[in-house]
Design a protein around this ligand. Structure first.
Ligand code: SF4
Ligand code: SF4
Length: 439
């Protein structure tokens, strides 16, 4: 498959498609530990997997990880080294200084290394800012929207709000010219406010690269009941449509929203950047602090432990039959409802982790967010097709904004909004707050 031209740019570049089995490892050097205590964080419960552990990747594991990752991708011109947690900055700067040194020592001639760091931002100081800029780190910072929404669940160990500390961390990144993007979780508290969240990220914070991740937490390991914090099966779709209606009028090619780029790639017939909407998965692994390698960051649990990189090279672990099966099961266990779905090529049934609902014809194994995926992908079908047509005629997808502007100008103020909310145009995406885009 070829990569589709995109209106933006991927926040986490994938390994080059030329490699036989490129893979991506999320390293968790501090395991699940974090200085905050976000209500919905699934990592904190993982601390129980390693009772008595200090949760610090030691120097030997750090070097083995980097050496094995670079040698496994020896033919790749660029390799992404992804750091996350828990909170990876808890490892301190010296850990990352050493990581950069090790990368220089083990990289192949001409091989470029890109470090991607996902952080809550609260521990960033000027010293961090200088280091991250000088070493070209791409930093993802977790912000759930305006302070009131962010602080609903993103609290510290004392239950106190964190937004002011996160924004100080973001200021560090901006002040030092670090490349950054935003990761926003969509949950019960911000799920009805897609437009407001998007405009805050774009206008107040100046974000140009945004990922939205739905929060789906099961109340019990096996049941289909979710916690009150979870986004509802319909809410996530409405959220994404709300964002899309704003984006497609003002921001094509200016603001990168991962879900939209991935959808455009699917309509183009190429792989997108999101594993949840890929046909198969299994190339996004998670490395614990002690060298244990798991099938995926969402499956850090004993039955998905592939082995330890101290005992067996990463490349061998990634290639185990159980890992291949793990990735192919994503496609092979689709419900009949998914197999017959008109937007399956773009959705692919979502992440297996959340396939605990029942399909409309009574089959278990349907994705909890299926109603959202159906609504979103059907809603964007026409504009996606229009952008693909522009691309095929060597024109910029951003020209679609002119089409929207013409249609909006001809629309009556009291006509229903194009987002499907049922609200009048003048009170929805035709209102002053939606049509004003601050520079
Ligand atoms: S299990 Fe889910 S999150 Fe993990 S790689 Fe597969 S689709 Fe992605
Ligand atoms: S939209 Fe629903 S039915 Fe269609 S592929 Fe996705 S999860 Fe399956």
């Amino acid at each position: 498959m070829t990569a589709a031209p995109t209106p933006g740019r991927p926040s986490t570049p994938l390994m080059p498609a030329a490699l036989p089995r490129p893979f991506h490892v999320m390293a968790k050097p501090s395991g699940a530990t974090c200085n905050l205590d976000c209500d919905y964080c699934f990592f904190l419960s993982k601390e129980a997997l390693y009772p008595g552990s200090g949760f610090r990747m030691d120097e030997a594991v750090q070097e083995r990880f980097i050496e094995q990752l670079l040698s496994a991708h020896s033919g790749a011109p660029e390799v992404v080294v992804a750091w996350q947690g828990g909170e990876p900055t808890m490892m301190g700067l010296d850990f990352f200084r050493r990581a950069v040194e090790l990368q220089q020592r083990h990289r192949r001639p001409g091989q470029r290394i890109l470090n991607a760091l996902q952080t809550n931002g609260t521990l960033l100081t000027d010293e961090w800012g200088v280091f991250l800029r000088d070493n070209d780190f791409l930093v993802g910072i977790s912000i759930d929207g305006p302070p009131a929404m962010h602080d609903t669940y993103r609290v510290d160990k004392g239950g106190k709000p964190t937004s002011h500390r996160v924004l100080q961390g973001l200021d560090v990144l901006k002040r030092h010219g670090v490349e950054w993007n935003v990761l926003t979780t969509v949950h019960h508290a911000n799920g009805d406010h897609g437009g407001e969240v998007y405009r805050y990220l774009r206008d107040d914070l100046g974000a140009r690269f945004i990922q939205f991740i739905p929060i789906v937490e099961r109340a019990t390991p096996e049941g289909s009941v979710v916690t009150h914090r979870s986004v509802s099966p319909e809410q996530y779709g409405r959220f994404m449509i709300d964002v899309f209606e704003d984006w497609v009028r003002h921001d094509v090619a200016e603001v990168y929203v991962q879900q939209f780029d991935t959808a455009l790639s699917s309509w183009y017939g190429a792989d997108g950047g999101m594993c949840v909407h890929a046909e198969t998965c299994g190339q996004q692994l998670a490395l614990e602090h002690n060298g244990d390698l798991y099938s995926c960051d969402h499956y850090v649990q004993p039955d998905h432990l592939l082995g330890n990189i101290n005992d067996r090279p990463t490349l061998e672990l990634v290639d185990l039959p159980q890992q291949r099966k793990f990735g192919q099961d994503k496609r092979d266990t689709l419900t009949q409802f998914c197999k017959d779905c008109d937007v399956r090529f773009a959705c692919n049934g979502g992440c297996p982790k959340d396939r605990f609902a029942t399909s409309p014809d009574g089959e278990p194994g349907q994705h909890y967010l299926c109603p959202s995926y159906l609504a979103f992908f059907r809603h964007v079908r026409k504009p996606m097709e229009a952008m693909i047509e522009l691309i095929q005629h060597n024109r910029a997808p951003a020209e679609l904004m002119e089409v929207y502007a013409r249609e909006d100008a001809a629309r009556g103020r009291n006509e229903p909004c194009t987002c499907g909310s049922g609200v009048k145009w003048k009170r929805c995406h035709g209102s002053a707050r939606s049509t004003t885009r601050r520079p």
